[in-house]
Design a binder for this molecule. Structure first.
Ligand code: T1G
Length: 701
């Protein structure tokens, strides 16, 4: 049973017990109905309390249930109407996270009592939805349309004190259940008149109507690709109408959002982000290694950003470098970044001091011998990293973990260099490391289970979105980015302009097209990676491969920082540059690439994204990624792929795998198929034939 009715001190208590977060599933709704039937029959019980077992009050509707074609909020809304209509007092006893449908359940009650530390919010907007069980109608009637709109549009949460101040709860107490029972008893004793939010009328106010209309226009303007933004304003506007009319408007807006591709994508990512922590073959009960102090070797941009992650989480951190100047610079940059955060009110002055007190610097690497985990963050050069790993293998305590921060290098070979590969893992941080959420945790051939589990737990502790990757060139993200960049460069050599290439994918919602992205990250960084890749023998033996980035690098066009790369720059403004075109024409001639007068947007999008999807399929097939959805998390968290498309593999499912496979075959014919560039992955073919989805595919075993 997920819902039960208990009698306590002459009152009824309906308890929801549906771990882990008491999500309101269809089952819970049905059982709530039965519990209400039972309560209505027990006329001797003077009042009703609604509470939840476990760590939280209901944290929302069951998100997995929204995908069911027959989903409807009507049964739950009916329950809420029944609760509100009760003649005897109904009080919600709230603790934990009172979110979405849980908040709506609380709003249907006549009173609300919260435990200290309870949080309230409507996070639906993050799922591309709006509150679909009258949250857009009851909350404005309780706190006013403007605060309601702010809370629902932003998805932000309020703590218990703020909720009390806003009038959302009647009382905040140490024990919510005892407090709710006490309030119920008091209302019975005093014959208190019960507040039913659905009968409240919001007074007409012209200024308010104008402000809401302006908010709707702004939502359209600022978030044209997010239908939830404007729908939320429309639903809150409807709270000025009689309840039944508002209810009908909310229902139709909710249904349109629920079935929208944007919300389906965001719901996919909700579960995808939570799946990355589940690692096939790794027991949940595995004993972790203890981490009390962390070492970071290398005080460059990466090293200091990485160190900040640990300091933020309260972990004593030793930053080691052979140059005192580098250490001094790192400390002063870290301090100024913290002070800037304090100036913006994000952290307190005491917090700045506390974090800085955890930071120790050392010139010699001997200090690392005491650390529980050491991250090497020296320059991305295989020979150098190999030497460093060899040294760390000898220096670190036998139970210490050695992590290598690399974006492309062979973690198995680096692990071998330590002489203790079981203790080694890759940690691919993204730059700037203290800002970017994504962390690829690279599991080597011999990485011990407890090492992987410990590093994943550390990733969670430092607030990263972590994804496990196997060892291959570029891991999940950069390996896919490589084919994306390959096609971008071929398109430029064939006659497309950087602006045209960028615009095509930016129109899809990519944060930045490939040319602008490389100009920002540094053409030199990109080119040197390609050169390293060539040295390792991984590059196709073809001089035209990424010839443009290498040519730009050689001509000193290193991107925004040198004022020119794919574009030329006036300040930060990217402008077309005939020099890039001249270089592209010259390279095309040198490598026998035919120039074409016009390349359409469809071709640009397909040539950039479809090979990337195909590479994702290969990554899955080879067991580099555990599941398709992990790949979507990597691309949305680390590469600016639009969350509203769910990631490259979810997008492929939306387009249809058959269509993707056919277009890859089309380009193989139209463009030739050197080095198997367009050969479809057997997994993609198989799933396409079987009509299955790739974004929900687990690693084939
Ligand atoms: N539905 C289904 N499963 C959910 C869920 C939900 N609403 N919330 C959490 N889970 C699962 C989650 O997948 C994970 O599963 C486990 O619970 C623990 O979650 C009708 C339209 C409450 C703050 O958006 O913000 O209500 O991975 O790892 O870090 O109008 O979960 O263990 O198998 O996140 O302690 C609105 C979403 C829904 C709340 C707890 N509500 N949840 O965080 O644990 S829409 C939300 C959270 C709605 C109504 C509308 C967090 C949390 P597994 P977790 P946590």
């Amino acid at each position: 049973m997920k819902v039960r009715l208990e009698a306590r001190s002459g009152l009824g208590v309906i308890v929801i017990d549906h771990p882990p977060v008491n999500a309101i599933s269809a089952d819970v709704v049905a059982q709530l109905g039965q519990a209400l039937d039972a309560w209505e029959a027990r006329t001797e019980l003077a009042a009703l309390v609604i509470a939840c077992d476990g760590r939280t009050f209901a944290a929302g509707g069951d998100i997995a249930g929204f995908d069911r074609p027959d989903f409807s909020p009507a049964p739950f809304n009916g329950i809420l109407a029944r609760i509100e209509a009760q003649a005897r007092p109904v009080v919600a006893a709230l603790h934990g996270s009172v979110l979405g449908g849980g908040f709506e359940l609380a709003l249907a009650c006549h009173g609300r009592v919260a435990a200290d530390g309870t949080r309230f919010g409507f996070p639906e907007v993050q799922l591309g939805l709006l509150p679909g069980s009258l949250g857009t109608q009851r909350l404005p009637r309780l706190v006013g349309p403007e605060l309601a709109l702010d809370l629902i549009s932003s998805g932000r949460t309020l703590g218990s004190a703020a909720a009390l101040a806003a009038g959302i709860v009647d009382r905040v107490v140490p024990d919510a259940l005892a407090g709710a029972i006490a309030l119920g008893e008091e209302w019975v004793r005093t014959h208190c008149s019960l507040r039913r939010l659905s009968v409240v009328r919001i007074a007409p106010d012209e200024k308010l109507s104008r402000r809401l209309e302006a908010a709707a226009a702004e939502a359209c303007d600022r978030q044209p690709s997010n239908p939830a933004a404007v729908a939320i304003v429309r639903a809150v506007q409807a709270s000025l109408l009689p309840f039944a009319e508002g209810e009908a408007i909310e229902a139709s807006l909710f249904e349109a959002l629920r079935t929208s591709p944007q919300s389906q994508s965001l719901r996919h990512l909700f579960f995808a982000r939570r799946s990355t922590w589940k690692i096939p073959g790794l027991s949940r009960d595995i004993r972790h290694r203890e981490l009390h102090s962390i070492g970071v070797l290398g005080a460059g941009t990466m090293g200091r950003g990485i160190a900040m992650n640990f300091l933020n989480a309260g972990l004593p951190t030793r930053l080691v470098d052979a140059s005192q100047a580098a250490l001094d610079t790192a400390v002063s940059i870290i301090r100024s970044l913290y002070e800037a955060s304090a100036a913006k009110g994000r952290i307190s002055g005491t917090e700045v001091a506390a974090r800085m007190a955890l930071l120790h610097t050392d010139l010699g690497d001997a200090a690392l011998a005491d650390c529980d985990l050491v991250v090497e963050a020296v320059y991305e050069d295989f020979a150098l990293k190999q030497r460093v790993c060899e040294r760390l293998g000898a220096l670190c305590r036998p139970d210490a973990i050695i992590a290598t921060n690399t974006s492309t290098l062979d973690v198995d070979r680096l692990a071998a260099a330590t002489g203790r590969p079981r203790d080694v893992v890759g940690m691919h941080f993204f730059s700037p490391a203290h800002v970017m959420k994504l962390l690829e945790v690279v599991r080597g051939r011999e990485t011990a289970h407890d090492v992987l589990a410990t590093v994943m737990a550390l990733a969670r502790r430092i607030g990263k979105t972590a994804v496990v990757s196997g060892v291959c060139y570029g891991f999940i993200g950069n390996r896919m980015a490589e084919v994306y960049m390959r096609e971008a460069e071929f398109l430029l050599m064939e006659g497309a302009s950087p602006a045209q290439v960028d615009a095509a994918v930016e129109a899809l919602g990519m944060a930045m097209g490939p040319c602008r992205m490389l100009d920002l990250a540094g053409v030199d960084v990109g080119a040197r990676t390609v050169i390293e890749y060539a040295k390792s023998g991984g590059l196709p033996p073809d001089a035209s491969y990424r010839a443009l980035v290498r040519a730009l690098y050689e001509s000193g066009r290193h991107g925004q920082k040198t004022g020119a790369g794919y574009y030329r720059y006036e300040g930060r403004t990217a402008l077309p540059d005939p020099e890039t075109e001249r270089i592209s024409i010259e390279l095309a001639a040198r490598h026998g690439i035919a120039r074409r007068p016009a390349i359409d947007e469809r071709e640009i999008v397909e040539r950039l994204l479809y090979p990337m999807i195909n590479e994702g399929a290969k990554i899955l097939e080879e067991g580099i990624a555990c599941r398709g959805s992990d790949i979507d998390v990597v691309w949305t968290a680390g590469y600016g792929f639009p969350a509203q498309r769910g990631g490259p593999l979810f997008m492929a499912d939306s387009i249809g795998l058959h269509e993707v496979a056919q277009r890859l075959q089309h380009y193989a014919k139209a463009r030739g198929n050197p080095h198997g560039y367009w050969t479809t992955s057997p997994l993609l073919d198989k799933l396409s034939v079987e009509g299955r989805r790739i974004s929900s595919c687990e690693r084939p075993r």
